[in-house]
Design a protein around this ligand. Structure first.
Ligand SMILES: NC(=O)c1ccc[n+]([C@@H]2O[C@H](COP(=O)([O-])OP(=O)(O)OC[C@H]3O[C@@H](n4cnc5c(N)ncnc54)[C@H](OP(=O)(O)O)[C@@H]3O)[C@@H](O)[C@H]2O)c1
Length: 329
C-alpha cells in the first residue's frame, strides 16, 4: 500500500497537457495547453489518465448551462470521468495503491478529467473491470450508473415488466437496454432505423424507429418508460404508460417536478428524475455484469486529446451510437 505522496511526478510539479476553458462559450473556448500537474489531498487518488469519456454534460458545462454548480473560477479543466492507473495516493487513502487500474470520477465541482493526470476522491475511485479497455471503462460512472439507477431505483423495474427506452442507441441508452435485460424485463427500444441492429444486438426485444413512428401514439402500454434522451414529455407518455406505470427522465422539467413533489401523491402514474450518483456498490454491480459478459460497452468514436473540440462537437450533434471517448497517452 503506497501512502503519502509518490516520488517524482508530484515533487517536481511538472506540467501536463489538459483541455480547458478560460470562459464559458462554444467550442472555440476549448484549448489544449500545458498546466501544472495536480497534487492529491489526503483523501485523493492521483490517476494517470489513459482515457476519458465524453458526455453531453461536458458541452453543457462548456456552454455555462450548469454554472450554478460549476461556478466562475477559470481556467477550468473539463472532463467528469476517466480510467487510468494510480500514480500516487493521499495520506488517508487505504483502498488503492500505485499501479492499480482504476476508474476515476472527480465530480462535477472538480472536473479535470480531460488531462494527463487527475485527482479523484478515494470514495469515487473504483477498480476497473479486467476485461474492458480503459476507453470502455471510463464510460461507466456516468452513462452506466445513470442507466442502472434510473431503471432499478427510480423505475423499480421488475422481472417480466415491459420497459420502453427512448434514446436506446445513445450513451445511457445502450447501457439501459442491457441492464433491463439483466433484470429480465421485456425491452422496447426507441432509436432511428439506422441503429436498429445495434440495439437488437444488445438484447432489445422490439425496436421503434422514431423517424417513422411516435411511440406515444402506439397501442402498447409500458410499465416503465425511461426517457434516456429526454425527448418525450411526461404528458405525452401518460397515454402509453400502464395505469401504475412510472416515467423516468434524465432531465428535470416542471411537469416532472410537479408530479414528483406535489400531484404525484394523488395520481397512480408517477414521474421521476434520475440524478447520477456513482458509488462503490453500484460500480461493483456493473463490474460484475461486465466481467460476466452480460453488459458490453459500446464505443462509437475515440479521439486524441488534441481533437477534443471535434469530440465535443460530435457529442453535441446528438447522433452518438454508444459512447464517445478521448484517448490520453
Ligand atoms: N440526470 C443525469 O444524472 C444524467 C446522466 C447522464 C446523462 N444525462 C442526460 O441524458 C441525456 C442523454 O445522454 P446520453 O449520454 O445518452 O446522450 P447521447 O449519447 O449523446 O445520445 C445520443 C443518442 O440520442 C438519440 N436520439 C436523438 N434524438 C432522439 C429522439 N428524438 N428520439 C430517440 N432517440 C434520439 C440518438 O439516436 P438516433 O441517432 O438513433 O436517433 C443517439 O444515439 C443528455 O441530455 C444528458 O445530459 C443526465
Amino acid at each position: 500500500m503506497v501512502k503519502g505522496f509518490a516520488t517524482g511526478i508530484l515533487s517536481e510539479r511538472s506540467s501536463m497537457k489538459a483541455a480547458l476553458i478560460d470562459r464559458y462559450g462554444g467550442n472555440e473556448v476549448v484549448e489544449v495547453r500545458d498546466v501544472p500537474q495536480p497534487q492529491p489531498g489526503p483523501d485523493d487518488v492521483l490517476i494517470r489518465v489513459y482515457a476519458a469519456a465524453i458526455n453531453p454534460l461536458d458541452w453543457k458545462i462548456r456552454n455555462g448551462m450548469v454554472k450554478i454548480f460549476t461556478g466562475h473560477t477559470f481556467p477550468k479543466i473539463l472532463g467528469s470521468e476517466c480510467a487510468g492507473e494510480v500514480v500516487a495516493t493521499g495520506s488517508s487513502v487505504q483502498g488503492f495503491a500505485q499501479g492499480d487500474r482504476v476508474i476515476g470520477f472527480p465530480g462535477i465541482k472538480r472536473l479535470a478529467a480531460f488531462a494527463e493526470y487527475v485527482c479523484a476522491p478515494e470514495r469515487t475511485t473504483f477498480p476497473k473491470p479486467v476485461n474492458v479497455t480503459f476507453a470502455q471503462a471510463a464510460t461507466i460512472p456516468i452513462a452506466g450508473i445513470t442507466a442502472l439507477q434510473a431503471l432499478r431505483d427510480r423505475g423499480r423495474l421488475a422481472a417480466g415488466q415491459h420497459v420502453l427506452i427512448n434514446g436506446a442507441s445513445g450513451g445511457v441508452g445502450t447501457f439501459a437496454v442491457q441492464i433491463a435485460k439483466v433484470f429480465a424485463a421485456k425491452v422496447t427500444a426507441v432509436c432511428s432505423g439506422a441503429n436498429s441492429e445495434l440495439v437488437k444486438g444488445l438484447g432489445a426485444d422490439r425496436v421503434i424507429d422514431h423517424t417513422r413512428e411516435e411511440f406515444t401514439k402506439g397501442s402498447e402500454r409500458y410499465d416503465l418508460i425511461f426517457d434516456a434522451v429526454a425527448k418525450a414529455s411526461f404528458a405525452a407518455c401518460k397515454r402509453v404508460l400502464a395505469p401504475k406505470g412510472i416515467y423516468v427522465t434524465t432531465l428535470p422539467t416542471f411537469a416532472v417536478l410537479l408530479n414528483r413533489y406535489l400531484t404525484g401523491y394523488l395520481t397512480s402514474q408517477k414521474a421521476r428524475i434520475v440524478m447520477d450518483r456513482p458509488n462503490a456498490r453500484d460500480m461493483e454491480w456493473m463490474k460484475g455484469r461486465i466481467e460476466a459478459g452480460r453488459i458490453r460497452i459500446v464505443i462509437d468514436r475515440e479521439y486524441p486529446l488534441e481533437q477534443i473540440r471535434e469530440a465535443l462537437a460530435y457529442s453535441e450533434a446528438g447522433k452518438a451510437k454508444g459512447k464517445v471517448v478521448v484517448r490520453i497517452f
